[in-house]
Design a protein around this ligand. Structure first.
Ligand SMILES: Nc1ncnc2c1ncn2[C@@H]1O[C@H](COP(=O)(O)OP(=O)(O)OP(=O)(O)O)[C@@H](O)[C@H]1O
Ligand SMILES: [Mg+2]
Length: 308
């Protein structure tokens, strides 16, 4: 069953289209990730879904509700971590979370929430004295304190140190394991691959590719690069049938192929016959990050969007 259904959503600011006929579905229990460059329209989309912004046109259903007209019920049932939040600097962490908890019918235990975001030791610190990463963890605490059915996390780990990021990943995974549907935006492919079972790459207000990360990888990551050290030019006697497809760059030779096995067998035979040292050889499959960069580059009108 769908937790979120978006159809033909449009939003422009001062005549400039930020979200352009966007359609997607998020199933209950999924972790759905929106990935896209700065200005792609991720925050605009999330804020419309949460009822914080009004769409120009299109239809949206969130937990069966209309964010424009059912805002109060939606806020009770969802959690929200905005890209930036204005908090009261004079309040302590504990006071801030307590104030938020009162907005919900069945809030989670505040001490448990503090432990979840690793802020228990700072509970009496004033918000105005927190570091950027500590403030982000507090914002995540505010998103989860209402024990939501659905949580929106707009770049939850931007600005966090690597250990804090991993802890937030674990928290998001455990929320999801307990049945919470997660919608997150991110600039980090490793984060999306670790957390999401459904992702969409958004460019210029539209979805450029969508599906489970593994499926996108299977569909798009079709090429491998074979690389080995050669100095400044191909060695004498290099297999003639590979010369046309081999590029020499910064001291190494590169060949790009859909199936690298035939090339590898030619190279290994040549190395065996001539004694040429191929111990530096590596084979790298295209990654989802490569595909992401390629899609963004193609959509933004840069023709150099071929396989790396
Ligand atoms: N309040 C606003 N007024 C005018 N233009 C806006 C406003 N908010 C966003 N925009 C514009 O809409 C487009 C989409 O912005 P949005 O914040 O949704 O992108 P984003 O994908 O979240 O980017 P980022 O990765 O930088 O957070 C951008 O061109 C932005 O300049
Ligand atoms: Mg944003």
């Amino acid at each position: 069953m769908s937790a979120i259904s978006v159809s033909q959503l449009c939003k422009s600011y001062d005549g400039r289209q930020a979200v352009n006929e966007l359609s997607f579905e998020v199933e209950k229990g999924e972790t759905f990730a929106l990935l896209g460059p700065n200005g792609a329209g991720k925050t605009t989309t999330i804020e419309i879904l949460e009822g914080y912004r009004k769409a120009d046109s299109g239809s949206i259903s969130v937990l069966g509700l209309n964010p424009q007209t059912d805002g109060a019920e939606l806020k009770r049932r969802t959690g929200l971590v905005l890209q930036t939040t204005a908090l009261e600097p004079e309040l302590t962490i504990w006071e801030t979370i307590s104030a938020f908890a009162r907005l919900y019918e069945r809030p989670r235990n505040i001490q448990t929430v503090l432990v979840d975001v690793n802020l228990a030791h700072l509970r009496d610190n004033r918000v105005g004295n927190l570091s950027g990463g500590q403030k982000r963890r507090l914002e995540i605490a505010l998103g989860i304190v209402g024990d939501p059915e659905l949580i929106f996390l707009d770049e939850p780990t931007t600005g966090l140190d690597p250990e804090a990021r991993r802890k937030i990943w674990t928290l998001i995974q455990s929320l999801n394991a307990n049945g919470c549907t997660i919608v997150l935006s991110s600039h980090y492919m490793d984060e999306v691959q670790a957390l999401a079972n459904h992702m969409a790459i958004m460019v210029d207000g539209q979805i450029a590719a969508e599906g489970p990360p593994r499926e996108l990888q299977r569909q798009h990551c079709t090429h491998s690069t074979i690389r080995f050290d050669v100095g400044d030019k191909l060695p004498h006697g290099f297999p003639a049938k590979l010369v046309a497809d081999t590029v020499v760059l910064d001291g190494h030779a590169e060949l790009v192929a859909e199936d690298p096995t035939a090339i590898l067998s030619v190279l290994s035979l040549w190395s065996h016959d001539t004694g040429y040292d191929l111990s530096s050889i590596s084979v790298t499959r295209q990654s989802l990050e490569d595909i992401y960069l390629q899609l963004v580059s193609q959509r933004q009108g840069n023709p150099q969007g071929g396989p790396p």
